[in-house]
Design a protein around this ligand. Sequence first.
Ligand code: PMT
Length: 219
Amino acid sequence: GDNTIFKGKTVLITAGPTYEAIDPVRFIGNHSSGKMGFSLAEEAAKRGAKVILVSGPSSQVIHSPNIELHKVVSAKEMLDKVFEFYENADIAIASAAVADYAPKEVAREKIKKNDENLTIELVKNPDILKTMGEKKTRQFLVGFALETQNEEENAKGKLEKKNLDMIVLNSLRDPGAGFKNDTNKIRIFTKTERKEFDLKSKEDVAKDILNFVEDQLLK
Ligand code: PMT
């Protein structure tokens, strides 16, 4: 519609995986395709928002001229790009699957195979969403939680610890939910509310998420 709360708002969205280099040919990554984040970006743009989409490596493409796409590779690059835009964002949604750890050192040359096992030391990556929570001023901040067990408890823990206004839970125990699929099944939590949704296309899930945001902002 034309009269949405998103009209004229700046929405910052993270999407996709991050790749953490091991050497010039190898990386640590995950199964995120970027579909969930790109669907959110298109839906927010359709509702009249100016969208800043910061995405890790993904084959998804944007359609709306109201989306500004910034491609990054690693978590550190995603952090830097996000904070170029965070201060001016009205709404921020973190749907990226950011690697929690990265190799301590990136080998300058391709690591050669020998007869020994190989150990790669990993160090903690910055938590982009947690940093957004710490620096929150007027932004309405939405996180995701991708869980495989104790889903609701973990999601509520992240809502609290990362200083979020709302969190979207998807569980890999729900068939058709999470990575790669064109579908997702979500539960949304705020400090006081819980809402469960059916399995649907990621385009329709994006609508549910933005409808929920809109309801919160109208309160
Ligand atoms: O891309 P698709 O194939 O469509 O898949 C969509 C999805 C499954 C990736 C998406 O729906 C989703 O769940 N994204 C969050 C994945 C995730 O990493 O969840 P988490 O529970 O580990 O992280 C919690 C939150 O903190 C997330 O909002 C995440 O973006 C953020 N985070 C995590 C770690 C980190 N270093 N920085 C972060 O910003």
